[in-house]
Design a protein around this ligand. Structure first.
Ligand code: ADP
Ligand code: MG
Length: 158
């Protein structure tokens, strides 16, 4: 009998892994609001269109991200919240797995605008299907993460 096992392409593996974190649009809202709280936000706006299937936008006034961090944040297992296994026993943040943004970017088109506290210039990054489509400097902005026109609708349908 011939061999039947194949390694899945990264894009498919990413979408399967994303399903563990993002089961429905409400999961996106939960993860983004938790990130805003972890960033020390005092004010969080949540804008939802079509029950989250078309657009979810979370805007916060937390500490924001640098240009490099904004890009790294979408990698799997990329987090600023823990460094080693021992940190798991002293968690003080809502998130720590470094998987939420990578998972969201695997199942939806994402636009992030962010600026670090005290900086004049921020960054805007657009990601689709886990691929960075563009990154550019923008004027000082609050942190705004928007998911829209989900191209993997089955993976985020409620
Ligand atoms: N709203 C935000 N403001 C500032 N930093 C953020 C925000 N959202 C995400 N980040 C940064 O991106 C990283 C990755 O986020 P995420 O994928 O949700 O993983 P986790 O929250 O488990 O660390 C966070 O550790 C944090 O450093
Ligand atoms: Mg998180």
């Amino acid at each position: 009998m011939s061999d039947v096992i194949r390694l899945l392409p990264d894009s498919v593996a990413n979408q399967i892994a994303a399903g563990e974190v993002i089961q429905r649009p409400a999961s996106v809202v939960k993860e983004l609001v938790e990130n805003a709280i972890d960033a020390g936000a005092h004010h969080i706006d949540v804008l939802i269109t079509d029950a989250g299937k078309t657009c979810i936008q979370v805007i916060d006034d937390g500490k924001g991200m640098s240009e490099t961090d904004a890009r790294l944040a979408f990698e799997r297992h990329a987090t600023s919240k823990i460094r080693q296994a021992a940190d798991l026993f002293a968690l003080h943040t809502m998130g720590f797995r470094g998987e939420a943004l990578a998972s969201i970017a695997a199942v939806a088109q994402v636009e992030l605008r962010t600026c670090q506290e005290g900086e004049q210039l921020g960054t805007r990054i657009c990601i689709s299907g886990s691929k960075v489509e563009s990154q550019e400097a923008v004027a000082n902005t609050s942190t705004q993460l928007k998911t829209f026109s989900s191209i993997f609708q089955p993976a985020v349908s409620s």
